[in-house]
Design a protein around this ligand. Sequence first.
Ligand SMILES: [Zn+2]
Length: 158
Amino acid sequence: MTTCPACGGTNEPDAVFCANDKCRKALGPFRYAAEEIDLRARWHERVAERVVGWVGHSSFFAVHLLWFAVWWIINAGSVRGIHPFDLYPYGLLGILLAGEAILLTGFVLISQNRQQVRGEIRTELDYEVNVRTYREVQALGEAMRRLEERMERMSTER
Ligand SMILES: [Zn+2]
């Protein structure tokens, strides 16, 4: 069993990443990319991630279709008791959608920047692990060489 240093969850002995879906830390003495990204996140970045996550969801389209349908039905004068407030060609709806589009564009750009930062941290982590492995291998090679020399000396001394 390997205990995750970030969330304390137990994992298989040969696990590479924490099995906890919310954690996914690389098991070992490495930095924790997800936590670092969250620590760096500011409130508007968190909002952007949430919004962009929802935009990619099917409920986003469902909500919009429903919104347009209700808008159209009300403004066609088909609902008794509710006065049409935005007649064809639906100028108010157009303004609202333009505003929404501007906000969404901003959120998508913020979210993309975050994705890029995430990618950079992951790459850095990869690089760090590579360098550590390289040093480890170098040290092993050095130890082997010393061992070899010692064995040679022992065999010539005899
Ligand atoms: Zn964990």
